[in-house]
Design a protein around this ligand. Structure first.
Ligand SMILES: [Zn+2]
Length: 337
């Protein structure tokens, strides 16, 4: 079985964005919008020509599916705006999963808001996991959208979310959203910065002593981390911190790296038990690489080309995801998979 641990509903029916546009307009005065009805057929049409088509063409089975990350926009409006938007996005994921339960499983957006306490975030995580069957969440380390006003992920500020994650036994993907700082291109700079920043934060503090079972997936191949593994090893050593291997019970990396040399490096540096297959298809990079003739985000081709045993590839494709998302494993076992 091939599980893609990183997919977003980037092709949602236009009613969703119209609702968001209405929210943004309401910030300047006017009534709060309501989400126009979306039919099951509209949801099917939005997926059949996109994520489902690529699943079939590329031979992947199941996508761990969350709302469009750049659309989370935690910096827009206040906590109440974020809650209404987040619930709409998560409910639509729930409907997509309901229509295609063998192709998708849900991961939730969280209603974060700069400076806001985390009660609403904890409540939405619990709703999504216990009522909608979701198996994890996307946690934004920078809800300001590129201005980095939140404390580091290791700060006690975040502990209410971690307590709920530990209680529910769900992991988080560390995932920022759009950048409202023109210095940072969203997917080209802000995303990769955040991946790298989160890892350095984990090096600097003892978060996993307080939460030994907490699990984070750092997407996009871990940003600059695998490439600069020697730098991080040396920094940890100079700072009298534990060796990086101490983080590997809690920190994992996906394969959203869009060329073969990058995947080769990832698999040489990061233990195979810490790599999860992912493509983030129909996401940041949608074109075809003229040097290969295949989509940049067709990451299965790169993983296939790795000089790993079938058993190791099975870990990357399936085993690690089932271990890190125990609720997914339970759902699959309940289906006899
Ligand atoms: Zn993503």
């Amino acid at each position: 079985m091939i599980i893609d641990c990183h997919g977003h509903y980037t092709t949602a029916p236009p009613q969703l964005n119209a609702f968001r546009d209405g929210q943004i307009a309401a910030l300047k005065g006017g009534a709060s919008p309501s989400l126009a009805a979306i039919s099951d057929d509209e949801i099917r049409a939005s997926l059949e020509g996109a994520q489902l088509k690529f699943q079939r063409e590329r031979g992947t089975d199941l996508t761990i599916f969350s709302p469009r990350a750049s659309g989370m926009g935690h910096h827009i409006g206040d906590s109440a705006v974020s809650v209404a938007w987040t619930r709409a996005c998560n409910d639509l994921i729930h409907r997509a999963v309901g229509l295609y339960p063998d192709n998708f499983v849900g991961v939730c957006q969280l209603p974060q808001s700069p400076g806001a306490p985390l009660e609403a975030v904890v409540a939405e995580l619990e709703r999504c996991v216990t009522q909608l069957g979701f198996i994890g969440c996307n946690l934004n380390p920078d809800p300001s959208g590129g201005h980095w006003t939140a404390p580091p992920l290791t700060d006690k500020f975040w502990y209410p979310v971690y307590e709920k994650m530990a209680e529910l036994d769900v992991p988080a993907m560390v995932h920022v959203s759009a950048s409202c700082n023109p210095a940072f291109h969203a997917t080209g700079a802000h995303y990769i910065n955040a991946d790298t920043t989160a890892f350095m934060q984990f090096i600097q503090a003892d978060l996993f002593k307080d939460f030994p079972s907490l699990r984070f997936i750092i997407p996009h191949g871990g940003g600059a981390v695998p490439y600069h593994w020697g730098r991080y090893r040396g920094l940890a050593q100079d700072m009298k911190r534990p060796p990086l291997t101490a983080l590997l019970n809690n920190v994992f990396f996906d394969t959203c790296v869009y060329h073969q040399p990058g995947i080769d490096l990832l698999s040489e540096v990061i233990p195979v038990d810490n790599i999860l297959f992912a493509s983030e298809m129909v996401g940041a990079v949608r074109g075809i690489d003229p040097t290969t003739g295949f989509h940049y985000d067709d990451t299965k081709r790169y993983v296939e080309a790795l000089p790993l045993s079938a058993a190791d590839k099975q870990k990357i494709y399936e085993g690690n995801a089932r271990r890190i998302f125990p609720r997914l494993d339970a759902q699959l076992k309940a289906k006899g998979k």
